[in-house]
Design a protein around this ligand. Structure first.
Ligand code: KG4
Ligand code: ZN
Length: 350
């Protein structure tokens, strides 16, 4: 659902630089997105098969001001029109987060505007709230991305309780690593999804770690990644040529791997809903863009009778518009001081 902009609504500027996207957005108090600018660093990191933190910070430094400028110009907003400056401070790469924070603090100080610290995880799930057009909380939330696979109990739009997370690789990380094993391009999620279209999800039986363990709400994708590697080569990466793999073999492996990830994600969401008694599930993060995951979630929501709200495609991967959750924080009076710091982990440093 898209909220139409109102010319009299207050607007805030949101800045996001937690990983490898430099992003800025202008969102009004009715959650209408006036601009949403993302400068992706995929081209920089793709030859390494993952994000190189030092290169990410340097690229953020080069891009942050042009990206903020573009967000303001696209929205038709002057700095003086802003009611607040929001910035993602955690979790993420410290060197990357610091670039966004420095820009946000400078603007807040010079313009004398309130500074709001946003949790990247809460922002990912707020994308679902923005899409729904109504308050979707309380809910169970799944954040599934390159850095996280976390299940939360979400009583409200902010202040989630962690129910379980991955004990090793995040689901998106597994997509990226398995894509490299199969000789597919980075980021791995979209390329595995594309290859899987021509493959059979039952061609290979890969592990569904913890799926049958009702006592845990945790995930593990490292063994699955290794299972694919042994199936393909039985050798470490670099000691075989992924380009020599037959396209149908790659398609079957991609589809079977994707199905294993989706089975586990869907199964654990259902378990979390049952255990918490919540009747709404919201799902955000880069992997929430996966077509097969969305389809399976849809099927299970209908079968089990719960409400499903998945992040809209354009707000799945990292962006600043989802930091509209800052409006909730502003309403709660949660304005940060200029000694605000970043934090790599899920909990913000005080
Ligand atoms: O949320 P995001 O942009 O960054 C983090 O906060 O980590 O997520 C990026 C991740 C990457 O691992 C990428 O491979 C994955 O999301 N991804 C997908 C799809 N699109 C992006 N995974 C599966 N299917 C997709 N269609
Ligand atoms: Zn993210």
């Amino acid at each position: 659902m898209t909220t139409p902009p109102s010319p009299t609504a207050r607007v805030l500027l949101a800045i996001e630089s937690s990983c490898d996207e430099t992003a800025a957005a202008v969102i009004d108090e009715n959650l209408a997105v006036r601009s949403n600018i993302v400068a992706s660093q995929t081209a920089i990191h793709s030859r390494f098969g993952g994000v190189v933190p030092e290169m990410a910070s340097r690229a953020h430094v080069q891009r942050i001001l042009p990206v903020i400028d573009e967000a303001l110009v696209t929205a038709g907003v002057q700095l003086a029109d802003l009611s607040a400056i929001a910035v993602v401070t955690h979790p993420g790469l410290v060197g990357s987060l610091l670039v966004g924070l420095t820009a946000a603090k400078t603007l807040a100080l010079v313009l004398d505007k309130p500074l709001i610290a946003v949790n990247h995880i809460e922002a990912h799930l707020y994308a679902c709230r923005m899409h729904a057009g109504y308050d979707i909380f309380p809910a169970v939330g799944l954040v599934v991305s390159g850095g996280h696979t976390n299940l939360y109990d979400c009583p409200a739009a902010t202040g989630f309780e962690l129910l379980g997370s991955t004990i090793d690789d995040a689901a998106g990380e597994a997509f990226d690593k398995v894509a490299a094993i199969l000789g597919l391009s980075y980021p791995g999620g979209p390329s595995i999804q594309a290859a899987a279209r021509n493959g059979s999800p039952t061609a290979f039986r890969f592990p569904r770690t913890f799926l049958k363990e009702a006592s845990r709400l945790e995930f593990s994708f490292s063994g699955l990644k290794t299972a694919v590697l042994y199936m393909v080569a039985g050798k470490p990466p670099g000691e075989y040529d992924p380009a020599s793999l037959a396209p149908q073999y790659v398609a079957d492996l991609a589809a079977s791997f994707q199905e294993a990830v989706v089975d586990v994600l869907v199964g654990k969401c259902v378990q979390a809903l049952q255990e918490s008694g919540r009747r709404t599930l919201c799902v955000g993060g880069g992997v929430a863009a996966n077509v097969r995951l969305r389809q399976r979630l849809d099927e299970v929501a209908r079968a089990e009778g719960f409400t499903l709200v998945v992040s809209p495609l354009e707000l799945c991967t990292d962006n600043a518009a989802m930091s509209a959750v800052a409006w909730e924080l502003l309403a709660q009076g949660r304005i940060a001081n200029l000694d605000l710091d970043v934090s790599a982990g899920l909990v913000r440093k005080r």
